[in-house]
Design a protein around this ligand. Sequence first.
Ligand code: PMP
Length: 352
Amino acid sequence: MLDSLVKDNIKGLLPYKVKEYTDIIKLDANENNSAAYLLNEKLCEAIMGLEINKYPDSDCTELRNMLAKELNLDARQIMVGCGSDQLISLIMSAFIGNGDKMLTHIPTFGIYKIAAQIEGGITVEVPLNEDFSFDLSSFVEAMEREKPKVIFLTNPNNPTGNVIPREQITKIVQLSKGIVVIDEAYYEFYGDSVIDLVDKYENLVVLRTLSKAYGLAGARVGYGAASGQLMDILYKVKPPYNVTSLSQVAAKVCLANKKVLHDTVKETIEERGKMINSLKEIPNLEVFESHANFVLCKLNDAKGVYDYLLNNRVLVRYFGEEGPLANCLRISIGTKDENAQVVGLLKKLMSS
Ligand code: PMP
């Protein structure tokens, strides 16, 4: 009976399952392993003052004011979400209906396609070049052919770590007759952004998250910036009280303590350089340049290497044997010690 009730576009979806491991070096989800507990004392203090019996501020007023000041935007131009995942879903629910097209590049973050499918949308994917750089001319061709209502570009891209130059993003925003979303989840590890352009282009949305550089993945806080007109539309589909008061407090503590952010980002970038150099020395392993807090490698037997690392209590991300990420592993940059361990294990396995 349930089968006849469920929407057709949902039938083909699989639940997003994440296996939990204990006692493991976790380098599979691009979290910030160095930031763990650094702000706990300040967090506890801030949480002590909370009236948890009351609903949270539905509009995240203080948090948005802090972000608006930092970004030189009006608070009206900002929305906070339960992770940027929620903002991705809200954009789809506002702009994508049955049969509407969403254009993105491949490979990229898998949630865009799922969120579009939930709304009945059709995802069109433009392959990146073989070295994972962005193929502007194919993308523009696809825009003209498919006339997408929504475009998603990830900058820096997950899981490849490559970036799209600012002029190319600007060109796409100018040419697009639909909404263009630039997902800057890994912005802090790159440093270049187009968030300043949201005042200029009413169809541009920039997404960011506190889950990566800020080390706040457990609190689920992301934010979006756009023109006031575009945000007025998105606020129509935002669920009330979508960010818990605990999460709002945690985000405010993080934003007020930028030194932790700057120190961990600096360390991650240094460690990323070291990791890439070390991996380059390993035979039969190709490592791609990265502007994020992870590196992507191509190997002959990615599944075998993944299993070997797992047996040694190191978890990385494996993408299966099909498609452009066949035989690829993504390794998040962890603490100095964790990075040394994963490099040591790979050297031991692959240089012998
Ligand atoms: N965008 C990209 C490109 C990501 O890699 C991720 C997390 N893996 C997200 C968005 C979602 O982040 P969150 O929901 O934790 O803010």
